[in-house]
Design a protein around this ligand. Structure first.
Ligand code: XIL
Length: 368
């Protein structure tokens, strides 16, 4: 069925993807350790920070125990890859929404909110985008993509990582942008173009600029925090619509959290009246000792120091981890352990059992 025929109304009514609905049943929720859900738990008046995780459509479809763990624990999900250009746009004139639709359906059926990730990024771009030859072509491609994707999910995705990882790894200033076809063809204007276009398509969507490596001690991280603030200010000065900053928080257990640096960054973000989300928390443990108990405690400790520093300055709008269970994590792709032991970066282990990291997140959701 082509996109035009499948009207948005049909889609939102979920009729078009009845098959997907049946795939994602809701059996077997009982006996599962779960993060507290805001609605049930806030009887005492405490409002919990929503918790969510990156999910994979194939694992949701093929792994019922994992799917049930997501239902039991998450108020939010973010597609790990299904909304990236690489998945959505295998060729220039084609959109592939099946996998993203399946996650939207799963979420709708389980009253789980969906975050969108991501519209303008240097990564996960299909090879054909390298042949975008002119400024006008780039403007049209980026605008068309955002209009098509954001309008499709208007009302279903209330928050988007519009901009992801815009800065160079070690930036000198806000204009040190990560090389990408967008930066090459449009310069820094791609940032405002993407944000303005998203706002024009969905005026209610929360627009987020998402960055990594701003949490740690060291000159590169200090430079990233400085450049990020300059970038946010330059967007603000040009009235570019933006609502929040996403701290990815891929925390390296062998790096020290720069409490003062991070808190100064957060104070600046708050002063710009921007919200903060923790969008991709996990703890990269490849340098940690092998013993499970010791390693899990060290992982929880790193996350606790990070969340402590954050929550003392701002109340994050949400805390999301980049995956829920060690069963499905990107970490070994880039940070495999030398001892060959599986990485343990997430709140639930590969058997979906609760880890100390789970308790730390729970503690800060309650506003520790
Ligand atoms: C990662 C996915 O988890 C991997 O499966 C994929 O191979 C590469 O991308 N920052 C981001 C995420 O914003 O989109 C990245 O996700 C991890 C780092």
């Amino acid at each position: 069925m082509s996109i035009e025929a499948q009207s948005r109304r049909d889609f939102l009514a979920g009729t078009a993807s009845a098959t997907a609905l049946t795939v994602f049943g809701t059996a077997g929720l009982s006996g599962m350790s779960a993060f507290a859900t805001p609605s049930k738990q806030s009887s005492g008046g405490e409002k919990l920070i929503p918790y969510g995780a990156a999910v994979r459509s194939d694992a949701l479809a093929s792994d019922p125990s994992y799917r049930d763990a997501v239902i039991a624990n998450c108020q939010m999900v973010v597609p790990e890859s299904e909304l990236k250009w690489l998945e959505l746009r295998p060729s220039k004139d084609e959109y592939r929404f099946e996998k993203a639709d399946a996650i939207i359906d799963f979420a709708r059926q389980n009253a789980i909110e969906v975050r969108g990730h991501t519209l303008a990024w240097y990564g996960a771009l299909p090879p054909w985008t390298e042949s975008i030859a002119t400024r006008a072509d780039a403007e049209r491609e980026l605008t068309d993509h955002i209009e098509t994707v954001v309008s499709r999910y208007r009302g279903a995705i209330p928050s988007w990582d519009v901009i992801n990882e815009p800065l160079l790894d070690w930036p000198e200033s806000a204009s040190s942008l990560r090389p990408s076809i967008w930066a090459r063809r449009l310069g820094p204007d791609y940032l405002s173009l993407a944000l303005r276009t998203t706002a024009s398509v969905d005026a209610d969507a929360r627009l987020v600029l998402n960055e990594y490596d701003v949490e740690f001690t060291g000159p590169r991280f200090a430079a990233r925090r400085k450049a990020l603030i300059q970038l946010l200010r330059s967007l603000r000065d040009r009235d570019v619509p933006l609502h929040a900053v996403g701290l990815q928080a891929h925390l390296f257990a062998d790096r020290a959290i720069d409490r003062d640096g991070l808190q100064a960054l957060l104070a600046e973000i708050a002063a710009l009246k921007l919200d903060v989300l923790v969008t991709e928390l996990d703890v990269i443990d490849y340098e940690l000792p092998g013993k499970i108990g010791e390693r899990d405690a060290l992982v929880a400790g790193v996350a606790s120091r990070f969340l402590q520093a954050v929550c003392e300055v701002v109340r994050p709008k949400a805390i999301l981890t980049w995956g829920l269970s060690d069963r499905y994590t990107w970490v070994p792709i880039y940070f495999k352990r030398r001892d060959g032991m599986p990485n343990r970066p997430l709140p639930l282990d590969a058997e979906l059992r609760r880890k100390p990291l789970f308790d730390v997140i729970e503690e800060f959701r309650r506003g520790a």
